[in-house]
Design a protein around this ligand. Structure first.
Ligand code: ACO
Length: 419
């Protein structure tokens, strides 16, 4: 017998079914609540609202578990490449060798963008933040590929997904090259997906580029760790924009804008800026711990806390280990890594952080690695976006395949009534 919840309102009883997910999470299905009772639910920030059923990513914030399509994140970062994870998220299974080769080939066949996009890029000031530039260029892809908005067949959907996986890294690399004053380049189709991204970003015009295993392994790990995180702010944005049947490029562009904010993906940039500021201020971690706890001070310990994780973010554990490995392999001693470790150690022993269940999140150590790889600070969130593309695509595809209705929340009006 299905469990039900009974609501008593105005002397009448109403029953709503409890639905259960495959990991035993439970939810009250309330679609008919307003029609039957006249009531809506009010939940600012959607702290307690499920917006869809999804079979892509499972996370348990209390236990610190993260799985993509059932595979633990720890397994994926150790055993497969970012492109394999992209395939897993979007097409539901890890690819066979042949499926992976076909995906790579299809992507490279689409790895060009219209040269006119360079004109759009050139018209931005050099100091423009790369995330804003990237959101604009991604949105502009619709203008250059207008047939991609109609995805009524599976073939059309596959085509637009491949176009995005192929063209987005070019645009991301170009935003970096513009900041660095480097000529804009294209893919080297002899390289693996992630090595090619590194090549497009870092290759100097007067030198050959050969992939570096430390860089390649670190980038694969970082991109996998960022690849999906169920219904976060940017992913929900992609789903909701896509639910109006705006095309994939427009939906992803909106996701990029959502990711940009410092409370979301922009936190990786904010963490490095915070760590540098602490270093320049004499390296006194304790002083900044006090500021973070002071309710009259707007300062927050960036890279700490998470809406869903009330335990260690499993991605932060992997990233911390990777940061140690990368810095050791590259022979870099960066004082900000030791400041980060001091902050973490103090926070984990401090009742303010312990009581509020505030732990390091994915962004706390990622910037230290990006910095070691010589990626400029303003590109950190672009790196996050590169990683998140497969997740956004998987959610957009799932939303379209499920034929979800247009996303349209309600509100409780609190304005003037009659004037
Ligand atoms: N430093 C100090 N105090 C904090 C922090 C922090 N980083 N994070 C939360 N708190 C405190 C809040 O002040 C609040 O205290 P109170 O109960 O005394 O008022 C309590 O902890 C709960 O915080 P909320 O802001 O209500 O939690 P919410 O779930 O809304 O926010 C968020 C989560 C936005 C991630 C928040 O923890 C934060 O701002 N962290 C810093 C920014 C950051 O690292 N963002 C990246 C998130 S991961 C990602 O998007 C990839």
């Amino acid at each position: 017998m299905q469990d039900k919840v009974t609501i008593t309102y105005n002397g009448k009883e109403y029953q709503y079914p409890i639905i259960e997910g495959t990991e035993k999470e439970k939810a009250i299905q309330i679609n008919s609540l307003r029609a039957e009772t006249g009531l809506i639910t009010l939940d600012p920030g959607f702290k307690n609202t499920g917006s869809c059923k999804s079979s892509i990513t499972f996370l348990d914030g209390e236990k610190g578990i993260l799985k993509y399509r059932g595979y633990p994140i720890e397994y994926l970062t150790e055993n497969v490449s970012f492109l394999e994870v992209a395939y897993l998220l979007i097409f539901e299974e890890l690819p066979t060798k042949d499926q992976l080769a076909k995906l790579q080939k299809d992507i490279y066949n689409e790895s060009l963008v219209d040269e006119d996009l360079k004109t759009i890029l050139k018209s931005f000031p050099k100091a423009a933040h790369p995330m804003g530039v990237l959101a604009s260029l991604t949105s502009a892809l619709t203008a250059f590929n207008p047939n991609c908005v109609d995805v009524s067949s599976e073939e059309a959907m596959y085509k637009v997904i491949i176009k995005l996986l192929a063209k987005f890294p070019i645009l991301a690399a170009w935003t970096h090259r513009k900041v660095k004053g480097l000529p804009l380049n294209y893919s080297d189709t002899t390289l693996e997906y992630v090595d090619n991204i590194a090549q497009m970003m870092f290759k100097k015009p007067n030198m050959d580029y050969s992939p570096n295993k430390i860089v390649s392994d670190a980038l694969n790990k970082l991109l996998i760790l960022h690849a999906d995180h169920e219904q976060n702010c940017s992913t929900s944005t992609v789903r909701i924009v896509g639910s109006s049947h705006a095309g994939l490029f427009a939906s992803i562009s909106a996701g990029i804008s959502a990711l940009w904010g410092p409370l979301h993906g922009g936190a990786n940039q904010a963490v490095i800026e915070m760590l540098n500021a602490i270093k320049d201020d004499g390296g006194d971690a304790e002083k900044y711990m006090q500021k973070a706890k002071d309710k009259n001070d707007p300062f927050r310990l960036m890279g700490f806390g998470h809406r869903v994780y009330k335990n260690f973010d499993p991605r932060a554990r992997i990233i911390k280990k990777t940061a140690d490995e990368v810095l050791n392999s590259l022979g870099i001693e960066d004082p900000i890594l030791s400041i980060a470790k001091q902050l973490e150690e103090q926070a984990l022993a401090d009742p303010y952080f312990v009581d509020r269940k505030l732990y390091p999140n994915v962004d706390f150590y990622s910037g230290v690695i990006y910095k070691a790889l010589d990626i400029p600070v303003e590109m950190f969130t672009v790196m996050f976006a590169l990683g998140r593309i497969p997740g956004w695509v998987a959610h957009w595809k799932e939303m379209r395949m499920h034929k979800e209705p247009i996303g349209r929340p309600r509100q409780v009006y609190t304005g003037k009534t009659k004037r």
